[in-house]
Design a binder for this molecule. Sequence first.
Ligand SMILES: *Cc1c(COP(=O)(O)O)cnc(C)c1O
Length: 385
Amino acid sequence: MQTSDLIEKYNDYRNNTLNLQASENVLSPNARTALSSDMASRYSLNIGEYNAYGGTGYYDSILELLEKNTKKLFGSKYSESRPLSGHVAAEISLLSVLGDNRNVMAISEEDGGYPGYSSNHLDRVLGYRFNDVPYSNFDIDYDALESKIRETGTGTLILGQSMFIKPYDMKLIQEIKEKTGITVLYDASHVMGLLAGKAFQPDALKYSDIVYGSTHKTFFGPQGGIILTNQSDLAERIHENTIFNTMDNVNLSRVASLSIAVEEMIKYGEQYARGVVENTRNLSIYLRDAGFNLLPGSEESKTHQLLLDEQFLRKKGFDYHSFSVELEKNRVIIDRFGRIGTQEITRWGINSMDVVADVLSGISNKLNKTEEINTLIAEKKLRFW
Ligand SMILES: *Cc1c(COP(=O)(O)O)cnc(C)c1O
């Protein structure tokens, strides 16, 4: 068997599954075509007034269009749409704000924060000391936050999580910011599409210095990252830290594909994001009606995510991993640590959350749900493009 055979098998397989993975989405045919265009193997290096590579005229126009539309979509003054991933966008943003103060606070991995910020990852690479945000019951402890910022001498606070179900109180964050002088970064990797569609945390950019994150989780884009800010000095540092500090060539075909995704978001983002949040709410209700428990306190999710309760799964003879494996055998895909996302099925036009709940709950009870799964998969018809 050759690679091309495996790719064909892969595509067939994915077409016949239901993807509920919280960090993924599906590309529109137009966004996908852009990825396989001639740009996929080209170079570009915009250095000030001109491009150091020849033959880049049309690409330069695409990049310009992308930045113009990104700013329009998010209502930001500046944007940087070239980072190859959300992680790289985080690295560029941190490089642009960390000065002499190397004390950074973010939500810990145990509380659903992004693992890359601590445990000898970006903290080691960028040379900062990590402290965790006081957090309990899926919320920041805002009183404790202010005193901990003072005690630890924190200069930069990163908001945003990988397990993300609730918006922050940005007015309180702003008060703490004014009192302590911290810089606030908002990692919107998981919720970028919901921000774009104004269905979640509409004040993220207003009260943060920089908003950044992945373009492929709830957003419609290919794998990558974007950075947004309203401050010209920060924008300048962000651009400086992009080329030759964190990347050399950017993926030109990714830029073209993202540009298509941003156009789709401008047209359909609000409708899509509203649908995602509504599907999450309905799925949560139907699951609980079916006697399927979610992680206590996470039931009222305001995002695309629902969090499974491992204690509950154990009563059914599963843990996070084995439940995910069991679902996969049934052509339903989730990750191995208990997250469910409604963003991709919403884009596929699936809104029968009663059936999705019946499938998840039924499989937890070791029932055969083949017929229901076939019905859902047959319903897949890509929307919002
Ligand atoms: C996924 C994620 C990242 C990393 O994004 P990639 O695009 O995978 O590099 C960073 N922060 C948070 C909160 C995430 O969930």
